[in-house]
Design a binder for this molecule. Structure first.
Ligand code: B3K
Ligand code: ZN
Length: 869
């Protein structure tokens, strides 16, 4: 397999102005006829050949400007079709045959249960017909679908429905999308689906029909997504001035789907796990995920669809920006601080790990072998953080001016990340040259902090220096523009007034200090007492910070910092220090710490979800990211010891907090209730570990719960308590109750597979053989193998390497049927270099075994080969 480089980008020789597709869905196969109105690019030579991409297609016929083509006038390659003899304007008609029922890769047109659906991003459209399958080729699409009327009462595509009839047992429809778009946004759905409908009136009075299509048994699970959709539409009008642009907006839920959802123009297709919910089957966390993903896909209508990417190296142009947009939406709908904590957690555990591993790449990569491998936390979450830093640097109004200019200037175009930055620069008259390094340099910058207080001069000198470690193919990195949001806190817990030199490095409105050089010293004047430093408030930059602060200072910040994010961060740093002390056999929970925790638990003025965050220990993966060499078994044991100590010393407080938050109100997925439940269930989890009463209460909550949040939290608490008889009983009951609901069964699989108590290798093998498991369904694969390898770390890292072997076997098995999922599953195996030597060798050996397999997919080949360099 060969790499593709950003530097080789060239416009295509032809554009496709109009695309007319006809799909004839038959039992065994589907016939696709494509009429393409091609126009030669002004930059191309007359007579240039037309080079189209195609994959797994049977070519039936080719007609150019009315003349059937014969050998010599075209050539087919492994994954291409070259056509000669085009004029400046020509019409090409291509007929192909495809086999959706055999399509297990879930890219292009495929069958999922009784329905057909598509996934075309990034390069799936070429599995439907030969095409200029690249995002800079934007075309107006008309789609005809013909299928058996009894089996397929619902036939959908992008845009507006312009014809619909039944003729001789065949259902025939035509959809027309007036907005030109790249092929990756094309979609088709066929099935026997029910629909939930609503309407939305846009800010300029346009009446939009909203429709969610689901399989009949799921029609009672659509309310929340519909509500989230309407809130998203309103929010985008209010926050970005962006209005929806078609008369209809559709969402379809599909069970077999490689990722969360897809923003096809006017016809979003969702993994059913990211859209379907009712109180009995979905947890609060699932509701929040649905809200975020519905918003994300909707927001793409402007950031992605109206303005799209020139090429796939610009992927973060739409993904980073759209994640930033959905994060702000979620922050506005729920607790902003809790949302920020969740996002920082993902950055620090998953993204920092990617940055420190063999797949590290910049937000705008230079090359790739398989684009599917680049839908990463770096492109998405770090991309969003970079946009967020622009927001901090330019301020809310400046950012909005920039986004207005961006949308206005580039509407209908396929552009680059730098076009986005240019709009921000032009609208604000600033020079962001230095800032752009965030897009080109991979790796997590490390900021070192030194401070000196001079009581006589009443000055604080703060020296910040930055460095960025080498990453594959990149060394000697330059300083980046790092916004450091900060506060100096006095003994009374109040922020001191800031008067800093150089004054130009400070932005008062956002309380941001601009670090732009490798090392800089800032002098704060008029500081009458030694202050405590609160740095990188609100996680103002995605960096690692080296800063020694005493346990006393951290405990103070945990209680008094006016910045909620840094209260949490101080607590996490304390907990990390305890866990590392426990690893060295010298941990003890100090009485003053215990008292602080007790006060937090009893403080009714605090947001319960926030208290829940404050008292949650860093995950094993998070701890690993903060360790020089990773010993997963030692981390597991140390964390458990700290957890046990907290549970044991605060039994009364946890039980009291739990009782206080018991509620008789009917379940609703609303912020206040969700917040209370999160603390209640955290208290329960600790209480269960601390006493037998807690266990009894968990069993009782399980039995009486009328919603999945409480039922699942109780189940998890019992499973994690180690009370194996009770756990087995409840898990059995749970399966009995829910065996008919695939999404709930997936939760049941993942609770077990991800559990330190249960997730042993032999048990995972049993789950893989369970009737509820199915290798063809990505959600099931993630629920068992993803949960095992990413959460049950003490079993995955078993000393004899059996956990690694299990995962490698699964990767090889999926390599043929679904390469995208196979490559995703590999991620935990790419981290071998950071492990203790014994485990490192075992893990590397599994990668080598995969590498030796012949017929590796591009997806798996890229990840394994890069991991072994
Ligand atoms: N744009 C899609 C992701 C497509 C992934 C293709 N392998 C979902 C999203 O980010 O909104
Ligand atoms: Zn997206």
């Amino acid at each position: 397999p060969k790499a593709i480089y950003l530097k080789d980008y060239q416009q295509p020789d032809y554009w496709i102005e109009r695309t007319e597709l006809t799909f004839e869905l038959q039992d065994e196969y589907t016939l696709v006829t494509a009429q393409l109105d091609c126009v030669r690019n002004e930059q191309a030579q007359p007579g240039a050949a037309l080079l189209l991409a195609g994959q797994d297609l049977e070519l039936l016929s080719l007609v150019l400007d009315g003349q059937p083509l014969t050998a010599g006038q075209y050539e087919t390659g492994e994954e291409s079709l070259t056509v000669h003899g085009l004029q400046e304007r020509s019409q090409l008609e291509i007929q192909t045959r495809i086999y959706p029922a055999k399509n297990t890769a879930l890219e292009g047109l495929y069958r999922s249960g009784g329905m057909y659906c598509t996934q075309c991003e990034a390069e799936g459209f070429r599995r439907i017909t030969y095409y200029l399958d690249r995002p800079d080729v934007m075309s107006v699409f008309t789609t005809h679908i013909i299928a058996d009327a009894a089996q397929f009462p619902v036939l959908l595509s992008n845009g507006n429905l312009v014809a619909d009839c039944v003729d001789d047992g065949l259902h025939k429809v035509t959809w027309h999308d007036p907005h030109k778009k790249p092929a990756y946004l094309f979609a088709l759905v066929a099935g026997d689906l029910r629909v939930k409908e609503d309407r939305f009136t846009t800010m300029n009075g346009r009446d939009v029909a909203l429709k969610i299509f689901v399989e009949p048994q799921n029609i009672d699970k659509t309310d929340y997504a519909l509500d989230a959709l309407k809130r998203s539409m309103r929010w985008d009008e209010e926050t970005y001035g962006r209005e929806y642009d078609l008369d209809i907006f559709m969402i379809v839920a599909v069970d077999d789907f490689n990722m969360g959802a897809m923003e096809n123009k006017g016809l979003n297709i969702f993994n059913s796990s990211c859209v379907l919910a009712n109180p009995a089957t979905a947890t609060d966390a699932a509701y929040q995920r649905i809200e975020a993903i519905v918003a994300h896909e909707y927001f793409h209508n402007w950031s992605g669809n109206r303005v799209t990417c020139r090429d796939w190296f610009q992927l973060s142009l739409k993904e980073g920006f759209t994640v930033f947009r959905d994060a702000c939406f979620s922050a506005d709908m729920n607790s902003a601080t809790v949302k920020r904590i969740e996002d920082a957690n993902i950055m620090r555990t998953v993204q920092f790990a990617e940055d420190g591993g063999p797949m590290a790449h910049p937000v705008q990569p230079d090359s790739f072998i398989e684009i599917s491998n680049f839908y990463t936390v770096t492109i998405y979450e770090k991309g969003s953080e970079v946009v967020g830093m622009l927001h901090k640097i330019l301020g809310k109004d400046g950012f909005r001016k920039g986004s207005d200019l961006y949308f206005e200037r580039h509407d209908g175009q396929a552009v680059t990340i730098y076009d986005f930055v240019q709009a921000m620069e032009d609208a604000n008259h600033v020079d962001l040259t230095l800032f752009k390094r965030w897009y080109k340099q991979a790796g997590t910058p490390v900021v070192t902090v030194n401070s000196e207080y001079d009581a006589d001069a009443q000055q604080l000198r703060l020296t910040l220096s930055q460095r960025c470690p080498d990453t594959p193919g990149q060394s000697n990195k330059l300083a980046q523009w790092i916004p450091v949001q900060l506060g100096l806190i006095g003994a009374d817990g109040q922020d001191l007034a800031i008067d800093v030199e150089p004054a130009a490095a400070w932005t008062e409105s956002s309380q941001v200090l601009h670090l732009t050089e490798a090392e800089q010293t800032f002098v704060f004047n008029g500081i009458s007492e030694q202050p405590r430093l609160s740095l990188f408030r609100d996680f103002s930059a995605p960096v690692k910070v080296e800063f020694e602060q005493s346990a006393d200072d951290l405990l103070f910040l945990l209680q008094h910092d006016s910045d909620g994010f840094n209260r949490w961060d101080a607590g996490q740093r304390l907990m990390l220090s305890w866990i590392s002390a426990a690893q060295q056999g010298r941990f003890e929970l100090l009485p003053q710490v215990r008292d602080v925790f007790a006060r937090l638990l009893a403080d009714e003025s605090l947001d319960p979800a926030m208290v829940s965050c404050l008292l949650t220990l860093p995950s094993e993966a998070y701890i690993a990211e903060f360790s020089a060499q990773v010993d997963p078994l030692a981390i597991h044991a140390a964390r458990k010891q700290v957890q046990q100590a907290i549970a044991a010393s605060l039994v009364k407080e946890f039980s009291a907090c739990y009782q206080r938050l018991q509620s008789t109100a009917a379940y609703a997925p609303v912020p206040a209730q969700m917040s209370a439940r999160s603390l209640k269930n955290l208290a329960l989890a600790y209480w269960v570990k601390g006493s037998a009463d807690g266990l009894a209460q968990a069993v009782s909550q399980y039995r009486s719960a009328d919603n999945m949040t409480d039922q699942m939290a109780a189940l998890v608490a019992v499973v994690n308590s180690g009370a194996s008889a009770q756990a087995e009983q409840l898990l059995g009951d749970f399966y009995q109750q829910w065996s008919q609901d695939a999404l709930v069964v997936n939760q049941w699989l993942s609770v077990q597979a991800g559990s330190a108590e249960l997730g042993r290798v032999e048990f995972i093998q049993q789950l893989l053989a369970h009737p509820a498991f199915d290798w063809r369904n990505p959600n099931k694969v993630r629920s068992v193998l993803g949960a095992f390898a990413n959460q049950a770390l003490c079993h995955f890292h078993r000393e004899d390497g059996a956990g690694y072997r299990l995962l490698a076997d699964a990767v090889l098995r999926l390599n043929d049927s679904n390469p995208q999922i196979a490559a995703r599953l590999l991620t935990p195996l790419t981290k071998w270099r950071r492990l203790v030597p014994e485990l490192s060798e075992l893990m590397k050996a599994e990668l080598q075994r995969i590498m030796q397999h012949d017929a590796l997919s591009k997806d798996v080949y890229e990840v394994v080969s890069k991991s072994l360099i």
